[in-house]
Design a protein around this ligand. Structure first.
Ligand SMILES: O=P(O)(O)OC[C@H]1O[C@](O)(COP(=O)(O)O)[C@@H](O)[C@@H]1O
Ligand SMILES: [Mg+2]
Ligand SMILES: [Mg+2]
Length: 331
């Protein structure tokens, strides 16, 4: 399994890491296509550092990426499935990874993925990752869907490959087009409505009000529960995604992890001309305080990400459930 990297001007070490990621991605895609035939990839096997249940595929994917990166330029490996940073060697790079994203979808045959983020290695393993996302030199994901695809940015736009399984090659496609500034589609887990902060409720209320509300148009909603799949859809046709903090215990900072979920997705979306924030402030300039830190996350078309931030600046009474005329925000 290889990936077409010609013309991208990558240095040999980074190109080698990309080849290794693509090789494992292709292997995982094949494994997923056989789920249930020999093994149950969704079987529960333990609990990870963040307290989330681990499925068999979470652990298989983590082992496969970690082993494949040994002997590469990746010195420090930080994974959702590992308590601490794993030191692989002495190289110049640090790689953070969500080896298997969207694991609640493994047993229902819905798109899942891998998210990765690459930094220059810093003076210590932790310092290599507890830094602003603007310092990433590469970020991307592999989506295991009806097609297996790899999407990555090296800081000069967003590149896209599709796995040609017959040839064993990730073939380079046209680069991802810039996101439109506006959209008529949003993604949020609406079952948490009663737990959201008021500005998020008000924003979603106004989208749901459609043509009769302050937005003056109808909106469509999607929720796949795979961050990678939501990101891919938004990169392909626009949209806005929200996973806010809420008042459930343990969800004060939302669900998603800063280092290996939000920072790489924010890098990609920003490279595609979109926006990415914690609801108010940009994700890419924020500093995670721990490897497994969570952050509220809003990303997608820049106009809507800015609009969410504007709702957080509204006076309290305007975000109350009964305030029906947020005319200032008519668009
Ligand atoms: O089940 P919820 O609360 O809607 O959360 C869905 C979110 O959780 C995640 O599955 C978390 O990722 P993991 O599967 O890597 O833990 C995201 O992909 C997704 O956006
Ligand atoms: Mg994830
Ligand atoms: Mg995961």
């Amino acid at each position: 399994m290889t990936i077409e990297l010609e013309d991208l001007g990558l240095n040999p070490e980074l190109a080698d890491v990309m080849q290794r990621l693509a090789r494992v991605g292709g292997q995982i895609a094949r494994l997923i296509s056989r789920n249930g035939l020999e093994t149950d990839l969704a079987a529960g096997v333990g609990t990870n550092a963040g307290g989330d249940g681990q499925k068999a595929l979470d652990v298989i994917a983590d082992d496969a990426f970690r082993e494949a990166l040994a002997g590469s330029a990746v010195a420090h490996y930080a994974s959702e499935e590992q308590d601490e940073v794993v030191t692989l060697g002495e190289g110049a790079l640090a790689l953070a990874i969500d080896p298997l994203d969207g694991s609640s979808n493994i047993d229902v045959n819905v798109s899942i993925g891998t998210i990765f983020s690459i930094f220059p290695a810093a003076e210590s393993p932790e310092a290599s990752f507890l830094r602003p996302g603007t310092e990433q030199i590469a970020a991307g994901y592999i989506i295991y869907g009806p097609q297996c695809a790899l999407v990555c940015s090296f800081g000069r736009g967003v590149h896209h490959w599709v796995l040609d399984l017959d040839a064993g090659i990730f073939r380079r496609m046209a680069d991802i087009r810039p996101l439109p500034a506006e959209t008529s589609e949003f993604a949020i887990n609406a079952s948490n409505y009663r737990h959201w902060p008021k500005p998020v409720r008000a924003f979603i209320d106004d989208l749901m009000a459609g043509a009769d509300g302050p937005r003056g148009k109808n909106f469509n909603m999607r929720w796949i529960a795979s961050l990678v799949a939501e990101t891919h859809r938004i990169l392909m046709r626009g949209g806005v995604f929200l996973y806010p903090g809420d008042d459930r215990k343990g969800y004060e900072r939302g669900r998603l992890r800063h280092v290996y979920e939000c920072a790489p997705i924010a890098f990609l979306i920003t490279q595609a001309g979109g926006g990415a924030s914690d609801g108010c402030d940009p994700i890419l300039t924020a500093l995670p305080d721990r490897l497994h830190a969570r952050t509220p996350f809003v990303f997608g078309c820049a106009g809507k990400v800015a609009c969410v931030a504007a709702y957080h600046d509204l006076p309290g009474q305007e975000t109350s459930a009964l305030f029906g005329t947020r005319g200032l925000f008519r668009s």
